[in-house]
Ligand binder design. Structure first.
Ligand code: 13P
Length: 293
Protein backbone atom coordinates (compact mmCIF):
# COMPACT_ATOMS: atom_id res chain seq x y z
CA UNK A 1 0.00 0.00 0.00
CA UNK A 2 1.25 3.50 -0.87
CA UNK A 3 2.16 5.40 2.38
CA UNK A 4 -0.44 7.96 3.38
CA UNK A 5 0.65 11.48 2.60
CA UNK A 6 -1.25 14.73 2.46
CA UNK A 7 -2.09 16.09 -1.00
CA UNK A 8 -0.84 19.34 -2.50
CA UNK A 9 -2.17 22.23 -4.59
CA UNK A 10 -1.18 22.22 -8.27
CA UNK A 11 -0.54 25.27 -10.45
CA UNK A 12 -4.26 25.47 -11.46
CA UNK A 13 -5.42 25.72 -7.85
CA UNK A 14 -6.70 22.10 -7.82
CA UNK A 15 -5.98 20.10 -4.68
CA UNK A 16 -4.42 16.74 -5.59
CA UNK A 17 -5.19 14.04 -3.04
CA UNK A 18 -2.28 11.90 -1.84
CA UNK A 19 -2.05 8.48 -3.56
CA UNK A 20 -2.41 6.53 -0.30
CA UNK A 21 -5.66 8.28 0.60
CA UNK A 22 -7.01 7.56 -2.86
CA UNK A 23 -6.22 3.84 -2.50
CA UNK A 24 -7.89 3.79 0.91
CA UNK A 25 -10.98 5.49 -0.53
CA UNK A 26 -11.21 3.03 -3.44
CA UNK A 27 -10.74 0.13 -1.00
CA UNK A 28 -13.61 1.30 1.22
CA UNK A 29 -15.79 1.88 -1.79
CA UNK A 30 -15.31 -1.69 -3.03
CA UNK A 31 -15.87 -2.99 0.51
CA UNK A 32 -19.09 -0.95 0.63
CA UNK A 33 -20.15 -2.27 -2.78
CA UNK A 34 -19.52 -5.84 -1.66
CA UNK A 35 -21.61 -5.23 1.45
CA UNK A 36 -24.38 -3.91 -0.76
CA UNK A 37 -24.33 -6.99 -2.94
CA UNK A 38 -24.61 -9.23 0.09
CA UNK A 39 -27.05 -7.33 2.23
CA UNK A 40 -29.02 -5.12 -0.11
CA UNK A 41 -32.80 -5.51 0.17
CA UNK A 42 -32.96 -5.63 -3.64
CA UNK A 43 -33.87 -9.22 -4.39
CA UNK A 44 -31.51 -10.53 -6.99
CA UNK A 45 -32.02 -14.22 -6.26
CA UNK A 46 -35.78 -14.68 -5.99
CA UNK A 47 -35.52 -18.29 -4.95
CA UNK A 48 -34.07 -17.38 -1.60
CA UNK A 49 -36.31 -14.40 -0.90
CA UNK A 50 -39.72 -14.66 -2.56
CA UNK A 51 -41.82 -17.78 -2.71
CA UNK A 52 -42.60 -19.27 -6.09
CA UNK A 53 -46.16 -20.42 -6.65
CA UNK A 54 -47.54 -22.19 -9.70
CA UNK A 55 -51.32 -22.35 -9.47
CA UNK A 56 -53.89 -23.93 -11.72
CA UNK A 57 -57.25 -22.22 -11.98
CA UNK A 58 -59.67 -24.82 -13.26
CA UNK A 59 -62.50 -22.28 -13.51
CA UNK A 60 -65.80 -24.13 -14.17
CA UNK A 61 -64.14 -27.34 -15.34
CA UNK A 62 -63.98 -30.90 -14.02
CA UNK A 63 -66.33 -33.12 -12.11
CA UNK A 64 -64.96 -35.04 -9.14
CA UNK A 65 -64.31 -38.07 -11.35
CA UNK A 66 -62.41 -35.94 -13.87
CA UNK A 67 -60.39 -34.31 -11.09
CA UNK A 68 -59.27 -37.72 -9.83
CA UNK A 69 -58.33 -38.79 -13.36
CA UNK A 70 -56.20 -35.64 -13.59
CA UNK A 71 -54.35 -36.52 -10.38
CA UNK A 72 -53.47 -39.98 -11.72
CA UNK A 73 -51.49 -38.34 -14.52
CA UNK A 74 -50.27 -35.28 -12.65
CA UNK A 75 -49.01 -36.51 -9.28
CA UNK A 76 -46.44 -39.07 -10.50
CA UNK A 77 -44.72 -36.28 -12.42
CA UNK A 78 -43.90 -34.23 -9.32
CA UNK A 79 -41.08 -36.44 -8.04
CA UNK A 80 -38.39 -34.08 -9.30
CA UNK A 81 -40.20 -30.79 -8.73
CA UNK A 82 -37.89 -28.44 -6.77
CA UNK A 83 -38.93 -28.05 -3.12
CA UNK A 84 -39.07 -24.26 -3.23
CA UNK A 85 -42.16 -24.17 -5.47
CA UNK A 86 -45.68 -24.10 -4.11
CA UNK A 87 -48.06 -26.07 -6.28
CA UNK A 88 -51.72 -25.14 -6.01
CA UNK A 89 -54.93 -26.32 -7.67
CA UNK A 90 -57.86 -23.90 -7.51
CA UNK A 91 -60.89 -25.99 -8.30
CA UNK A 92 -64.69 -25.66 -8.35
CA UNK A 93 -66.38 -25.97 -4.94
CA UNK A 94 -67.79 -29.40 -5.77
CA UNK A 95 -64.37 -31.00 -6.20
CA UNK A 96 -62.59 -29.40 -3.22
CA UNK A 97 -63.30 -32.11 -0.66
CA UNK A 98 -62.31 -34.93 -3.02
CA UNK A 99 -59.13 -33.09 -4.00
CA UNK A 100 -58.15 -32.41 -0.39
CA UNK A 101 -58.63 -36.05 0.49
CA UNK A 102 -56.63 -37.32 -2.46
CA UNK A 103 -53.86 -34.73 -2.14
CA UNK A 104 -53.33 -35.35 1.56
CA UNK A 105 -49.62 -35.98 2.12
CA UNK A 106 -48.70 -34.68 -1.33
CA UNK A 107 -47.06 -31.34 -1.99
CA UNK A 108 -50.07 -29.99 -3.85
CA UNK A 109 -52.32 -27.56 -1.99
CA UNK A 110 -55.96 -26.90 -2.68
CA UNK A 111 -57.46 -23.51 -3.52
CA UNK A 112 -61.01 -22.27 -4.10
CA UNK A 113 -62.13 -19.68 -6.64
CA UNK A 114 -64.27 -17.44 -4.47
CA UNK A 115 -65.20 -16.72 -0.85
CA UNK A 116 -68.01 -14.69 0.71
CA UNK A 117 -67.23 -12.13 3.40
CA UNK A 118 -69.86 -13.37 5.85
CA UNK A 119 -69.47 -16.63 7.73
CA UNK A 120 -73.05 -17.64 7.04
CA UNK A 121 -76.33 -16.05 6.05
CA UNK A 122 -78.90 -15.58 3.32
CA UNK A 123 -76.49 -15.40 0.37
CA UNK A 124 -77.75 -17.95 -2.10
CA UNK A 125 -74.98 -19.47 -4.19
CA UNK A 126 -72.11 -18.20 -2.05
CA UNK A 127 -69.58 -20.12 0.05
CA UNK A 128 -67.94 -18.88 3.26
CA UNK A 129 -64.50 -19.08 4.86
CA UNK A 130 -65.36 -21.73 7.48
CA UNK A 131 -66.88 -23.92 4.73
CA UNK A 132 -63.68 -23.71 2.70
CA UNK A 133 -61.41 -24.30 5.68
CA UNK A 134 -63.41 -27.40 6.60
CA UNK A 135 -62.73 -28.87 3.14
CA UNK A 136 -58.96 -28.44 3.49
CA UNK A 137 -58.63 -25.35 1.31
CA UNK A 138 -55.53 -23.16 1.87
CA UNK A 139 -55.77 -20.61 -0.95
CA UNK A 140 -58.57 -18.71 -2.65
CA UNK A 141 -58.66 -16.75 -5.90
CA UNK A 142 -60.27 -13.34 -5.38
CA UNK A 143 -61.21 -10.71 -7.92
CA UNK A 144 -60.62 -12.75 -11.05
CA UNK A 145 -61.51 -10.67 -14.13
CA UNK A 146 -64.24 -13.17 -15.04
CA UNK A 147 -65.94 -12.47 -11.72
CA UNK A 148 -65.48 -8.73 -12.15
CA UNK A 149 -66.82 -8.91 -15.70
CA UNK A 150 -69.71 -11.40 -15.42
CA UNK A 151 -70.72 -11.28 -11.76
CA UNK A 152 -70.48 -7.63 -10.81
CA UNK A 153 -67.43 -7.95 -8.58
CA UNK A 154 -66.09 -4.51 -7.61
CA UNK A 155 -62.89 -3.41 -5.91
CA UNK A 156 -64.96 -3.00 -2.73
CA UNK A 157 -66.36 -6.56 -2.76
CA UNK A 158 -62.92 -7.85 -3.72
CA UNK A 159 -61.55 -6.15 -0.62
CA UNK A 160 -64.26 -7.67 1.57
CA UNK A 161 -63.51 -11.14 0.20
CA UNK A 162 -59.76 -10.66 0.71
CA UNK A 163 -60.35 -9.66 4.32
CA UNK A 164 -62.58 -12.68 4.90
CA UNK A 165 -59.99 -15.03 3.40
CA UNK A 166 -57.26 -13.76 5.70
CA UNK A 167 -59.58 -13.75 8.70
CA UNK A 168 -59.99 -17.50 8.17
CA UNK A 169 -56.29 -18.19 7.67
CA UNK A 170 -56.54 -18.61 3.89
CA UNK A 171 -54.06 -17.05 1.48
CA UNK A 172 -55.91 -15.01 -1.12
CA UNK A 173 -54.66 -14.76 -4.69
CA UNK A 174 -55.73 -11.26 -5.74
CA UNK A 175 -56.12 -10.90 -9.50
CA UNK A 176 -55.55 -7.55 -11.17
CA UNK A 177 -55.25 -6.62 -14.82
CA UNK A 178 -56.40 -4.33 -17.59
CA UNK A 179 -58.67 -4.91 -20.58
CA UNK A 180 -57.51 -4.48 -24.19
CA UNK A 181 -59.44 -1.24 -24.42
CA UNK A 182 -57.78 0.10 -21.27
CA UNK A 183 -54.34 -0.91 -22.53
CA UNK A 184 -54.95 0.75 -25.89
CA UNK A 185 -56.05 3.90 -24.07
CA UNK A 186 -52.80 3.89 -22.04
CA UNK A 187 -54.72 3.23 -18.84
CA UNK A 188 -52.94 0.03 -17.76
CA UNK A 189 -51.07 1.61 -14.86
CA UNK A 190 -54.03 3.65 -13.61
CA UNK A 191 -56.39 0.68 -13.68
CA UNK A 192 -54.02 -1.61 -11.84
CA UNK A 193 -53.04 0.97 -9.26
CA UNK A 194 -56.70 1.57 -8.48
CA UNK A 195 -57.38 -2.17 -8.17
CA UNK A 196 -54.48 -2.39 -5.71
CA UNK A 197 -55.34 0.77 -3.79
CA UNK A 198 -58.92 -0.21 -3.12
CA UNK A 199 -58.41 -3.96 -3.00
CA UNK A 200 -55.62 -3.94 -0.44
CA UNK A 201 -57.18 -1.70 2.21
CA UNK A 202 -56.60 -3.40 5.57
CA UNK A 203 -54.92 -6.43 3.99
CA UNK A 204 -51.93 -8.19 5.55
CA UNK A 205 -49.36 -8.28 2.76
CA UNK A 206 -47.42 -11.12 4.36
CA UNK A 207 -50.23 -13.58 3.61
CA UNK A 208 -51.04 -12.64 0.07
CA UNK A 209 -50.35 -13.60 -3.53
CA UNK A 210 -51.06 -11.19 -6.38
CA UNK A 211 -51.66 -12.35 -9.95
CA UNK A 212 -51.20 -9.92 -12.81
CA UNK A 213 -53.62 -11.15 -15.46
CA UNK A 214 -54.07 -8.84 -18.45
CA UNK A 215 -57.63 -9.60 -19.54
CA UNK A 216 -56.75 -9.57 -23.24
CA UNK A 217 -54.27 -12.41 -22.66
CA UNK A 218 -56.70 -14.71 -20.84
CA UNK A 219 -57.80 -17.71 -22.87
CA UNK A 220 -56.80 -16.00 -26.11
CA UNK A 221 -53.44 -17.61 -26.79
CA UNK A 222 -52.09 -14.06 -26.91
CA UNK A 223 -49.51 -13.97 -24.13
CA UNK A 224 -48.35 -10.66 -22.76
CA UNK A 225 -44.73 -10.27 -23.78
CA UNK A 226 -42.73 -11.61 -20.83
CA UNK A 227 -40.67 -8.43 -20.48
CA UNK A 228 -43.86 -6.34 -20.46
CA UNK A 229 -45.38 -8.62 -17.80
CA UNK A 230 -42.17 -8.18 -15.84
CA UNK A 231 -42.45 -4.38 -16.16
CA UNK A 232 -46.05 -4.26 -14.93
CA UNK A 233 -45.27 -6.64 -12.09
CA UNK A 234 -42.37 -4.48 -10.95
CA UNK A 235 -44.77 -1.54 -10.98
CA UNK A 236 -47.19 -3.54 -8.82
CA UNK A 237 -44.37 -4.44 -6.45
CA UNK A 238 -43.48 -0.78 -5.99
CA UNK A 239 -47.01 -0.14 -4.70
CA UNK A 240 -46.72 -2.74 -1.95
CA UNK A 241 -45.55 -2.24 1.61
CA UNK A 242 -44.10 -5.76 1.55
CA UNK A 243 -41.76 -6.15 -1.44
CA UNK A 244 -41.60 -9.93 -0.89
CA UNK A 245 -45.19 -10.62 -1.97
CA UNK A 246 -45.30 -13.43 -4.53
CA UNK A 247 -46.57 -11.93 -7.80
CA UNK A 248 -47.68 -14.30 -10.53
CA UNK A 249 -48.35 -13.74 -14.19
CA UNK A 250 -51.51 -15.21 -15.73
CA UNK A 251 -52.81 -15.26 -19.30
CA UNK A 252 -52.17 -17.99 -21.89
CA UNK A 253 -49.30 -19.55 -19.93
CA UNK A 254 -48.38 -22.77 -21.75
CA UNK A 255 -45.67 -25.41 -21.73
CA UNK A 256 -43.87 -23.58 -24.54
CA UNK A 257 -43.67 -20.18 -22.82
CA UNK A 258 -43.41 -20.97 -19.10
CA UNK A 259 -39.60 -21.12 -19.03
CA UNK A 260 -39.29 -17.68 -20.60
CA UNK A 261 -41.94 -16.21 -18.31
CA UNK A 262 -40.35 -17.65 -15.19
CA UNK A 263 -36.91 -16.40 -16.24
CA UNK A 264 -38.12 -12.82 -15.71
CA UNK A 265 -36.73 -11.46 -12.44
CA UNK A 266 -39.98 -9.97 -11.10
CA UNK A 267 -42.28 -12.90 -11.94
CA UNK A 268 -42.67 -15.35 -9.06
CA UNK A 269 -45.11 -17.81 -10.52
CA UNK A 270 -48.06 -18.37 -12.80
CA UNK A 271 -51.83 -18.56 -12.51
CA UNK A 272 -52.86 -20.92 -15.25
CA UNK A 273 -56.26 -21.59 -16.78
CA UNK A 274 -56.45 -23.79 -19.88
CA UNK A 275 -53.05 -25.43 -19.56
CA UNK A 276 -53.78 -26.56 -16.00
CA UNK A 277 -56.58 -28.86 -17.15
CA UNK A 278 -54.39 -31.64 -18.56
CA UNK A 279 -52.13 -33.39 -16.03
CA UNK A 280 -49.30 -33.69 -18.53
CA UNK A 281 -49.30 -29.97 -19.39
CA UNK A 282 -49.66 -28.73 -15.85
CA UNK A 283 -46.80 -30.97 -14.72
CA UNK A 284 -44.61 -29.41 -17.40
CA UNK A 285 -45.50 -25.95 -16.06
CA UNK A 286 -44.80 -26.90 -12.48
CA UNK A 287 -41.49 -28.44 -13.56
CA UNK A 288 -40.41 -25.38 -15.56
CA UNK A 289 -36.73 -24.76 -15.75
CA UNK A 290 -34.69 -21.64 -16.38
CA UNK A 291 -30.97 -21.14 -16.39
CA UNK A 292 -31.18 -18.20 -14.00
CA UNK A 293 -33.29 -19.80 -11.26
P1 13P B 1 -55.59 -19.04 -19.44
O1 13P B 1 -54.32 -19.65 -18.91
O2 13P B 1 -56.55 -20.06 -19.99
O3 13P B 1 -55.32 -17.92 -20.38
O4 13P B 1 -56.36 -18.39 -18.18
C1 13P B 1 -55.67 -17.55 -17.34
C2 13P B 1 -56.50 -17.31 -16.13
O5 13P B 1 -57.53 -16.67 -16.20
C3 13P B 1 -56.05 -17.89 -14.87
O6 13P B 1 -56.77 -17.37 -13.80
Amino acid sequence: MVPLELGSWDQFGVYLIGAGWLELAIGSLSLYTEECIHFSPIHIDKNTVRKIAIAGNWKMHKTQAEALEFLKVFLPQLQETPEDRDVILCAPFTTLAALSKNLHGSRVQVGAQNIHWEESGAYTGEVSGPMLVETGVRYVVVGHSERRQYFGETDETVNQRLQAAQAHGLIPILCVGESKQQRDADETETVILQQLDKGLIGIDQTHLIIAYEPIWAIGTGETCDSSEANRVISLIRRQLTNPDVTIQYGGSVKPDNIDEIMAQPEIDGALVGGASLAGEDFARLVNYSTASK
